[in-house]
Write a protein that binds this ligand. Structure first.
Ligand code: FAD
Ligand code: EGU
Length: 479
């Protein structure tokens, strides 16, 4: 398996999270001498892992990364809980399922810790991969392939050198910090006004799921939103999203309960009144940040991947998926340019940056859309129209979330195709609108009462199909 070209080269990966551990496996598989450094102790030895979200939605892009190193089945088949659609919870407690896909395509709810552990165990199978836990990166010189760590147990400081240092140390990356003074390195970070808090719906007394299991449950409420993903043990992780001041406003159990009674009445008995109060006041709201930067590389010796390169808000369920796809894209370029870092790294930055920034934008756009448009009728109408077109032309007209979730269409192309679709829809609607006015005038002339009787609606399908032909032939060129 080891290749002549790579076996004498060393790669140092910083951060043994979801992306760093996967990337270490990819590089070990190519034959590099890999060292993976992680701040925390081995999570497999811990009882409780502190930190963010317990479960995540995994879709095609993440699965492609897992598959390449042979752990897809272990995660998806043996562990993942399929979610075939969203289940919308209305304020009156009624629910409505909206499937993701007509062919039964689905996404999977996976445990962050489980996936990380599977990846660590896989990493240990490579003889040329070494993991160093409790090592915190303090500084690095990416231009020299150098990184300095503090052993958090012994307090000892060590400096390591490698042919390539890859920073996979998350949204608050220290590796990225070291790039700030690099000429032409651009960087922005933004906090959004919302925070999130994780709550829990326990299993029923019989040990089953308290809600239909194979859905992503959503309580959309404009400024507020709640989302629930199923766990292996039949509990649910519920994530409450609210502006920080709103969290602060819920300062007493009475205020909390009345807020839940107003917005999520059906969730109170599911979580349990006492547990809701206990967990809410024991937890704190956590901030959400998004990060854009470029380029991702320094010469032929340094690279950023995963959240370190492109942290995003969670409103598309793509952060981990995108980070895992990073590993696939880098691997493809290493193939293409025969493991020559001096060529591969600039090519990676050039290829990946437009796509990473596209999904950062899409996630942010979704956050705004969820907030402002959930109840807008025009939005729902547009959505229906979109669905109609994708039924008519399932190959050609994919809704945006389908391209993002169920294909590996480069993210920036998802956006340009969506923009093209929006232009087409606008044309169709305006042609339909004009045709409607013309038909109205015509009918009104022949029989004024007839217009009010609505019987002309029967002509609408024919009208629609004709205007469709008209609109598409209106030289709407695809970009
Ligand atoms: P991380 O997972 O943050 O890992 C970074 C690692 O680096 C950690 O192990 C850390 O200990 C280590 N580290 C940090 N600093 C140092 C240092 N100085 N020295 C050494 N090691 C260090 N994504 C999805 O695809 N689907 C979802 O449904 C989804 N839901 C989400 C919900 C929420 C509420 C949030 C906040 C995020 C969600 N995400 C989701 C995004 C996902 O969590 C991240 O994109 C993903 O974890 C990024 O992986 P990473 O390995 O790049 O970073
Ligand atoms: C947010 C927080 C539903 C996990 C976007 C859908 C998310 C996830 C959606 C979180 C939503 C929003 C999509 C998936 C997924 C939906 C998606 C969002 C997982 C457009 C644990 N989003 N998320 N869109 O379609 O494409 O179901 O924290 F509520 S999975 Cl905000 Cl597909």
């Amino acid at each position: 398996m080891l290749r002549e070209k790579t076996k004498n080269k060393s790669v140092l990966v910083v951060g043994a999270g979801l992306v760093g551990t996967l990337e270490a496996c990819f590089m070990a598989k190519r034959g590099y001498q890999v060292h993976l450094y992680e701040y925390r102790p081995d999570i497999r030895t811990l009882e409780h892992v502190p930190g963010r979200s317990i479960n995540l939605a995994m879709s095609l892009r993440g699965r492609t990364g897992l598959k390449a190193i042979g752990v897809e089945d272990k995660v998806i088949r043996d562990h993942g809980i399929p979610m075939y659609g969203r289940m919308i919870h209305n304020t009156d407690g009624s629910t409505r399922p909206i499937p993701y896909n007509k062919d039964g395509k689905c996404i999977y709810s996976v445990g962050r810790r489980f996936v990380n552990e599977v990846l660590l165990t896989k990493a240990e199978e490579y003889p040329n991969l070494n993991i160093h836990f409790t090592h915190k990166l303090t500084t690095c010189r990416l231009d020299k392939g150098e990184a300095t760590f503090v052993n958090t147990v012994s307090g000892e400081q060590v400096t390591r050198r490698a042919d390539l240092v890859i920073g996979c140390d998350g949204a608050y990356s220290n590796v990225r910090k070291s790039m700030m003074r690099q000429p032409f390195f651009n960087y922005t970070q933004n906090y959004i006004p919302h925070g999130y808090m994780e709550l829990c719906i326990p299993p029923t007394p019989e040990g089953g799921f308290a809600m239909p299991a194979n859905y992503l449950h959503i309580w959309p409420r404009g400024q507020f939103m709640m989302i629930a993903l199923p766990n292996q043990d039949c509990s649910w992780t519920v994530t409450l999203f609210m502006p920080f001041p709103a969290f602060e406003g819920l300062s007493t159990p009475e205020l909390l309960l009345s807020y839940f009674k107003t917005h999520y009445p059906d969730a109170i008995p599911l979580i349990g009144r006492e547990k809701l109060i206990k967990d809410f006041f024991a937890n704190e709201a956590l901030p959400m940040i998004y990060v854009k930067c470029s380029p991702y590389h320094v010469g032929s010796t340094g690279l950023l991947m995963g959240d370190a390169a492109h942290a995003m808000v969670p409103f598309y369920g793509q952060g981990m998926n995108c980070g895992m796809e990073d590993c696939v894209v880098l691997d493809e370029l290493l193939d293409q340019y025969k493991d020559d870092f001096a060529t591969v790294l600039p090519a990676y930055s050039a290829k990946r940056n437009p796509d990473a920034e596209a999904i950062v934008d899409l996630a942010l756009y979704n956050y705004i859309e969820m907030r402002d448009l959930v109840n807008s009728r025009a939005f729902l109408l547009r959505r229906k129209f979109d669905d109609l077109l994708s039924t008519i032309m399932p190959k050609y007209w994919l809704p945006l979330y389908t391209m993002v979730t169920f294909t590996r269409t480069p993210y920036h192309k998802c956006i340009s195709r969506k923009k093209w679709q929006d232009r087409v829809v606008k044309h169709i609607l305006s042609v339909v609108g004009m045709a409607g006015v013309a038909a109205g005038v015509f009918l009104a002339k022949s029989d004024p009462l007839h217009v009010l009787s609505c019987s002309h609606l029967s002509q609408l399908p024919a009208l629609l199909s004709r205007t469709w032909v008209a609109a598409t032939s209106l030289s709407i060129t695809r970009k």
